[in-house]
Design a protein around this ligand. Structure first.
Ligand code: IMP
Length: 209
C-alpha cells in the first residue's frame, strides 16, 4: 500500500469513527502517535473551516504526507447557533464532555421540544503539499431533556435523531457512521479519493512512515 494519509486529531473517539469510515480504501491510515513532536494545533479559528484547515495543514507540513482533520460544531437553534465553533470549550477552556453536556442541559432547561432543534455540522479538510479542500456534512436533531444511551462521545447522549427515535449514544457505530455529520463529510471525501481527485504524493518521508 503506497498511499498514506495522516489523521490530524488526538481525539480517540474521532479516530475510531474516521478509520471505520475510510476502511477498505487502498490507503494506509496513520495517526499522530507515529509522529513524535507533531505540533499541537490551537483551534482558535472563527469558523469550523478555518480550524479544520489549520489542523490538517500543520500536520501535512510537519509529516510531508497528506493529512485530514475535522472540526465539528453543535448548532442549537434556541441558542442562536451556539455553541457552534466553541463546542469543545462550551463550559470553559478545559471542559470535559460531561461539563459541556451539563451546561447545554442547563441552558435549555424548560425549553419546549419544538424549540430544541439542533444540528451537528462537520467540516473535513484534506491537505496535501499543494492545497487544501474542505467538505461539509450535517445531521439534524433535537436536544433531549436528559442523557440517553452509553455509546458515542461528546454531546451524543443528548443528540436525539427523530427519524430513528434514538440519540446518537443509543446507536451502534454502524448506524451512527451511516447518518452522522462526520459520516456525511467523510463518505464524500472517500468518494473523491476513490475518483482519484486527490494528489497523494509525499514531499518528504519523515519518521520512516
Ligand atoms: P472538535 O471538532 O474536536 O472541535 O469538537 C467540538 C466538540 O464537539 C467537542 O466537544 C466534541 O466532543 C463534540 N463533538 C464532535 N463530534 C461529535 C460527535 O460526533 N458527537 C458528539 N459530540 C461531538
Amino acid at each position: 500500500m503506497s498511499r498514506k494519509l495522516v489523521l490530524s486529531t488526538g481525539n480517540q473517539d474521532k479516530i475510531v469513527e474516521i478509520k471505520n469510515l475510510l476502511q477498505h480504501l487502498e490507503i494506509e491510515i496513520l495517526t499522530l502517535d507515529a509522529f513524535p513532536g507533531a505540533p499541537d494545533v490551537v483551534e482558535d479559528g472563527e469558523t469550523l473551516e478555518e480550524n479544520a484547515i489549520k489542523k490538517a495543514r500543520a500536520i501535512a507540513d510537519f509529516t510531508g504526507l497528506p493529512a485530514v482533520a475535522d472540526d465539528t460544531g453543535l448548532e442549537v437553534n434556541y441558542l442562536d447557533g451556539a455553541p457552534g465553533v466553541y463546542s469543545s470549550r462550551y463550559s470553559g477552556e478545559h471542559a470535559t464532555y460531561a461539563d459541556n453536556v451539563n451546561k447545554l442541559l442547563r441552558e435549555l432547561m424548560g425549553v419546549p421540544r419544538e424549540k430544541r432543534g439542533a444540528r451537528f455540522r462537520c467540516v473535513a479538510a484534506f491537505c496535501n503539499q499543494n492545497d487544501c479542500r474542505t467538505i461539509e456534512g450535517k445531521c439534524e436533531g433535537v436536544i433531549g431533556e436528559e442523557r440517553r444511551g452509553t455509546g458515542g462521545f461528546g454531546y451524543d447522549p443528548v443528540f436525539y435523531v427523530p427519524e430513528y427515535g434514538r440519540t446518537f449514544a443509543e446507536m451502534d457505530l454502524e448506524l451512527k457512521n451511516r447518518i452522522s455529520h462526520r459520516a456525511k463529510a467523510f463518505l464524500k471525501l472517500r468518494e473523491l479519493i476513490e475518483r482519484g481527485e486527490f494528489d497523494f504524493r509525499a514531499k518528504k518521508i519523515n519518521f520512516g512512515a
